[in-house]
Design a protein around this ligand. Structure first.
Ligand code: M6R
Length: 608
């Protein structure tokens, strides 16, 4: 949610900053801006509404400006519309600032500063940071002391970086509740919200912790903790190649990430399983099986991964489990007993609601596990135990490979819990491991049949409503299918348990509406087929996603049938997820939607 980058010492600061913004654009794309400081200490700021490309055009129109020090920002609007005046950087007096997060006491501060004569130029909360810094500098504080004074006055979550007119080699920055890293490369020093921005510019990055403040003078970096102690935040290596932030021949990051799933799944499974011994590794987790209850907490797609897994935690491991949306969990006073273990799921590891839910559980001194894709994220640092997903960087706003890796890792955790609870024989564990190990090939077989899935997309692209139906794990998968479709194609889509249709959702069905039904040929096949009959009788068209046996009996009943490769249950479930992703992707393509950067959304939701 908003991306910030800054550099000092790199003679082509503007080039790095623009490239960094492109790499962070997935965090927000309502507007973008850059400010560079000249050797004589004057600041030049350029801002544009819309995407980074609009900013780049504006910079080129103005004529580039050689500078070694600058800050830049790509915005996801929270306070005030996506207009140029609300685009970062914001300037007050001598100070120009970029900010990611939310200043919660913005109204009070604005009121006080206005009464003292400050003129606000934007509707943003961020502008108060510039005014506060400028006020303290004008009062005679050094930049570092002005930073400390300002931090005393701010409430909320933030990472910000500022430059000061008359200080041509200085950047000051701080973080609390929003990510920020500092990296030193051959050509300069870099600050960024996310490591993706600095891959190729530095070999390693230091991830700042809450309360840290940073002073960059030329190429000299000083980091001090909230207590004012100079600290070294251990640098962690960065990938050497920027290929992870490129589309590698695909039209969209989403397509690239869907097609990476056979590999990302294999990476996840290798980390969690002993394939030759046909067992789950015991060292991945503490005694999850000894928990009396498992509380699974997450948002969006990560929540649906948890909801898929809940079935197996209960059916396989007999471990009572709840799945909560983080924004509800944290405000509903959850009844957590001493034997509750909490599992937080997040691709980014920065989602504000999930992070606060984790802190709530930690405050109650209960064990926390976090299934996280971004290894250096705040959640990864704060959880008692980190379960990495190993999906690799995910850039498309619609989560795809992170979801399947989350589900795969959760399947492994279920097996471990079941073994620890004595509800799974060795033979059953071996079969479950074989099932999982076959998933990358099954998902790959689906990816190879992309053209078949694309051919079904026209059935959905003009529908006013698409209803996704499933049973058991197919139900949260239906919710995920609906979320994928709505977020990238803007078609109204809803997911329901197939058995629930007659309790209300059936009223939505009329000619023109389409249903996508997950219907494996299992013990519930005939019941789900009844749902197909009910919606067809009311004029809805149907796409069925089923296996070979199911396809035989459904082929005359549906507008289209996708026959899944023959596979074992877990592999089949992951394959269904892949079909739903590709279906949403091709519908969005037909509608000409902005697939990687859908309207109003951002990849990492670091505000409430
Ligand atoms: O980074 P997280 O996994 O915590 O993000 C949670 C949701 O914001 C995320 O899954 C969102 O729903 C995706 N855009 C779905 O594709």
């Amino acid at each position: 949610m908003c991306g910030i980058v800054a550099t000092s010492g790199n003679p082509s600061a503007d080039r790095f900053l623009i490239e960094g913004l492109y790499r962070l654009e997935y965090r927000g794309y309502d507007s973008a801006g850059i400010a560079l400081i000249n050797a004589d200490g004057t600041v030049r700021r350029t801002r544009a509404c819309g995407k980074v490309s609009a900013l780049e055009e504006a910079l080129d129109t103005q004529g580039r400006f050689a500078s070694g020090v600058g800050i830049a920002h790509t915005r996801w609007a929270t306070h005030g519309p996506a207009s140029e005046k609300n685009a970062h950087p914001h300037t007050a007096g001598r100070v120009t600032v970029v900010h990611n997060g939310i200043i919660e006491n913005d109204r009070e501060l604005r009121h006080t500063l206005s009464n003292e004569g400050a003129d606000f130029a934007s509707d943003t909360d961020s502008e108060v940071i510039a005014h506060l810094l400028d006020r303290h500098i004008t009062a005679g504080y050094s930049p570092e002391d002005a930073l400390n004074e300002t931090l005393e006055q701010l409430r909320g979550a933030f990472a910000f970086a500022a430059i000061i007119e008359g200080e041509p080699d200085l950047i000051i920055a701080a973080r609390k509740g929003a990510p920020l890293l500092v990296a030193t490369g051959d050509a300069g020093v870099y600050l960024a919200s996310d490591p993706l921005a600095v891959i190729g510019y530095a070999a390693s990055a230091s991830y700042l912790v809450d309360g840290d403040r940073v002073i960059v003078r030329g190429r000299i970096v000083t980091v001090r903790s909230a207590e004012g102690v100079t600290v070294d935040r251990d640098p962690a290596p960065l990938p050497a190649s920027a290929s992870q932030v490129e589309k590698s021949g695909h039209a969209h990051f989403m397509a690239k990430e869907i097609h990476e799933q056979p590999v990302s799944l294999a990476r996840t499974l290798t980390a969690y399983l002993h394939a030759s011994a046909r067992t789950v590794r015991t060292d991945i987790c503490f005694e999850v099986g000894s928990a009396g209850r498992l509380a699974i907490v997450a948002c969006g797609t990560a929540g649906y991964a948890g909801a898929v897994a809940r079935y197996g935690f209960e059916s396989l491991a007999d471990l009572p489990s709840d799945v909560d949306t983080a924004s509800e969990f944290r405000y509903r006073s959850p009844a957590l007993t001493a034997s509750t273990a909490a599992l937080f799921i997040s691709q980014s590891g920065e989602t504000a609601d999930t992070l606060e839910a984790l802190r709530l559980v930690r405050a109650r001194e209960l064990p926390t596990m976090a299934l996280i894709n971004a290894p250096h994220s705040t959640m990864a640092r704060e959880a008692d135990l980190v379960l990495p997903t190993h999906a690799g960087p995910e850039i498309g706003v619609a989560s795809t490979k992170a979801f399947t890796s989350q589900v795969a890792a959760l399947f492994c955790l279920q097996i471990l819990a079941a073994r620890q609870r004595g509800t799974l024989t060795e033979e059953a564990e071996a079969e479950a491991v074989d099932d999982l190990m076959s998933a990358p090939a099954t998902v790959s077989a689906v990816c190879e049949r992309e053209a078949e899935i694309a051919a079904m997309a026209p059935l959905l692209s003009a529908a006013p409503l698409v209803v996704f139906l499933g049973r058991r794990e197919g139900y949260p998968l239906a919710l995920e299918g609906a979320l994928k479709l709505k977020e990238i194609s803007y078609i109204h889509a809803e997911g329901f348990p197939a058995g629930e249709l007659k309790h209300g959702p059936l009223a939505l069905i009329e000619p023109g509406v389409m249903c996508v039904i997950l219907i494996p040929s299992d013990d519930l096949f005939d019941k789900t087929r009844a749902s197909i009959e009910q919606v067809r009788a009311r004029g809805s068209g149907v796409i069925a996603i089923t296996d070979q046996q199911g396809a035989q009996s459904l082929k005359d009943q549906c507008e289209a049938v996708f026959t899944l490769p023959s596979a074992t249950p877990r592999a089949l479930l992951l394959a269904q997820a892949c079909v739903l992703q590709l279906l949403a992707y091709h519908v969005a393509r037909l509608r000409g939607a902005d697939i990687d950067q859908p309207r109003n959304l951002a990849k990492s939701v670091t505000v409430e």
